[in-house]
Design a protein around this ligand. Structure first.
Ligand SMILES: [Cu+2]
Length: 286
């Protein structure tokens, strides 16, 4: 522990460090929070008379919609899986809608219809059909999903949130080491060590959420992609642990990272980029 403290203070004044860090952190925190807020929901305006519901990432979006009686609703499948629009009470069923295809239905009678997707029972949504003279509670017709924040509960929510940390920490640790070598500043190397440690600590949780996701709905995910993604993710847990231990041994000696270490870190970054592209392909279907 004493080694740690003395290295961290290094040759620079701790006070100046504090100010620099604070100046650096503020825009980062703002950018991070904005990204979280923007990514949290996909609000799309919906036409009042003939709304479109998009099926994507194993979700109906918006999950609740209000139409006037006589309105036609279109479901568009922008996912990589086939889905159905099936009323919970069995009053309508689209049959399988393949990716890129859509299905329409006109609703003549007022009422509420809860519906789901047959292959993916977790995909649920609701449709409210208003009589000719009715107004929806909030006065809006065909209003999109709210931006209300709710705490994550499912692996589909936890995994992408945790991925942010793994995906950010490792490249930043490498960048920080490169900056440290370029500007010959120990503080950059210290930052790199801490980021490697954080990455190694948080990545097992990221992987666990991924395994949980697969357990929950593995059959709905493309078999080949998920298998590669899963084992690459598990390998990343081990690789990041090895990198953190290696980085610690360098940090302990107060040394600059060696070329082989930087090479392994760079390989790990490339593997993470590939891993992210596989994950994105599964969720966004590119
Ligand atoms: Cu489905």
């Amino acid at each position: 522990m004493s080694t740690l403290a003395c290295c961290d203070l290094g040759v620079h004044s701790p006070h100046r460090h504090g100010c620099n860090v604070r100046k650096l952190l503020r825009p980062l925190a703002v950018a991070f929070l904005s990204a979280v807020c923007l990514g949290a929901q996909d609000a799309r305006p919906v036409s009042a008379t003939n709304p479109i519901i998009v099926m994507r990432q194993l979700n109906f979006n918006p999950p609740q919609i209000t139409v006037k009686a006589g309105g036609t609703v279109e479901w568009r499948n922008e996912d990589i899986f086939s889905h159905t629009v099936t009323a919970d009470d069995g009053s309508f069923d689209s049959g399988l809608i393949e990716p890129g295809h859509s299905w329409q239905m006109t609703f003549k009678n007022a009422g509420t219809a809860a519906y789901h997707c047959r292959p993916h029972p977790n995909m649920k949504a609701k449709l409210v059909v208003l009589g000719a003279n009715e107004q929806s509670a909030d006065g809006a017709i065909g209003s999109p999903a709210t931006l209300k924040w709710s705490p994550p509960r499912t692996p589909e929510e936890f995994h992408p949130i945790l991925v942010n940390f793994t995906a950010a920490l490792l490249p930043l640790a490498l960048l920080s080491d490169i900056l440290g070598l370029t500007f010959r500043r120990q503080s950059f190397h210290n930052a790199a060590w801490w980021m490697s440690l954080y990455a190694a600590v948080i990545t097992p949780f990221t992987a666990a959420a991924g395994w949980w996701w697969r357990r929950a709905q593995g059959s709905a995910l493309p078999a080949k992609l998920i298998t590669v993604h899963q084992w690459l993710g598990t390998a990343a847990v081990v690789l990041l642990a090895v990198l953190a231990i290696w980085r610690w041994s360098i940090h302990k000696r107060d040394a600059a990272p060696s070329f082989p270490y930087l090479m392994l870190a760079a390989i790990a970054v490339l593997a993470l980029v590939y891993q992210g592209s596989l994950g994105g392909r599964m969720v966004f279907g590119k």
